[in-house]
Design a protein around this ligand. Structure first.
Ligand SMILES: C[S@@+](CC[C@H](N)C(=O)[O-])C[C@H]1O[C@@H](n2cnc3c(N)ncnc32)[C@H](O)[C@@H]1O
Length: 336
């Protein structure tokens, strides 16, 4: 991301949010400070998938103004540690929630190896150039077998348009490879659930309205607004979707769950991983709506191609499910 757009969105924006929350009241803090598009249903899914519980030491990498970590502390009793490179966001998180914040990037985490019980990284991966380095660092500081919860904006194809400043969205295949390469087993993945309650979205909107009233003439506000508009268009045209991922740190020396994805057949783990990939691609294809928001003439791909792709993915999914049913490992488990 260019420095100015990055600073506008994540640094200035975080400070303005904290100011507005102070005016409107503390109950606005968590919804307004969830800046990676997490809603209560998404946070609950991640918390349950990662089996968070009172006392869990949760590292939130790219924590922003701290909304998700504060939610996890309030609802699940975790002990969060926030890691965030933007000074304005660090100050906002400390002001709003009084949580411990480390100012650093995810590529160089100043914590000891195996020192945290769980990690979250929400809405961050697409803003980071060296995604592999960030995931390797998270892997290093997690305890063996510990969970990682991700919220990731995933692209249907490597090129998207318009391309928000500095963002590089991984494709589904790339994400699966990055996780495996960093030493994680991808356990489960779903499209981010919708259905944010009005009580939550209204509080976030009220904060955004105060920020707009105070700062609409600032250059940083215009930059951040342009960034938001690019994202809205990418989602409306189905080029990207928000995915939730639960992965687990593989123990040293342990073979990747599912083995070599490009050559293995008839391996139960491989089929499960392939099924996760196909389901995610199917979700993305099905969430592409040519009839909504954008005229067909502005689509980057022919909407009938999307229908064709959905049919092919469904067929592929059916074949993989059948393979899973027939796999000797699966049969043995069911017989037991
Ligand atoms: C979309 S915001 C999400 C913030 C927060 N996770 C949330 O969900 O509210 C992305 C955050 O990633 C941070 N970030 C950018 N580059 C980073 C890096 N290399 N390491 C860690 N965080 C980074 C940004 O400063 C920003 O706060």
């Amino acid at each position: 991301m260019t420095a100015s757009a990055m600073v506008a969105e994540f640094d200035d924006g975080a400070g303005w949010t904290a100011d507005a929350v102070e005016q409107l009241g503390e109950r606005h803090a968590i919804p307004a400070a969830c800046r990676g598009s997490a809603n209560p249903a998404a946070l609950a899914w991640l918390a349950e998938a990662c089996e968070l519980s009172p006392g869990t030491r949760l590292l939130d990498v790219g924590a922003g103004a701290g909304g998700p970590a504060a939610w996890a502390a309030k609802r699940f009793g975790v002990r969060p540690v926030l890691l965030e490179p933007m000074p304005g966001a660090c100050r906002a998180a400390a002001r709003l929630f009084g949580l411990p914040v480390v100012r650093a990037t995810g590529e160089r985490i100043p914590l000891r190896a195996e020192s945290v019980d769980a990690a979250w990284c929400l809405g961050v991966l697409c803003t980071v150039r060296d995604k592999a380095a960030l995931l390797r660092e998270i892997h290093r500081v997690l305890a063996p077998g510990a969970p990682l919860g991700l919220l990731v904006v995933v692209a249907r194809s490597p090129r998207v348009f318009p391309s928000p400043d500095g963002n590089r969205f991984p494709t589904q295949r790339e994400l699966a490879r990055l996780l495996a390469g960093a030493g994680f087993d991808l356990t489960e993945q779903i499209a981010r659930p919708d259905g944010t309650p009005l009580s939550w979205s209204r509080r976030a909107e009220q904060v955004a309205a105060v920020v707009a009233t105070r700062h609409r003439h600032d250059r940083a506000f215009a930059l951040a607004d342009r960034q938001r508009a690019s994202f809205t268009r990418l989602f409306a045209t189905g080029q990207v979707s928000t995915q939730l991922v639960h992965a687990v740190k593989r123990a040293p020396g342990q073979a990747p769950h599912g083995g070599n994805m490009s050559t293995t057949t008839g391996d139960d783990g491989y089929e499960v991983e392939l099924e996760i990939e196909i389901r995610a691609e199917l979700d993305m294809a099905e969430s592409s709506r040519p009839d909504e928001a954008v005229p067909a003439s502005e689509w980057l791909f022919d909407p009938t191609d999307v229908q064709r792709e959905i049919v092919e993915l469904r067929n592929l999914l059916g074949a993989v499910e059948e393979l899973e049913d027939r796999s000797p490992g699966r049969g043995a488990r069911e017989d037991a």
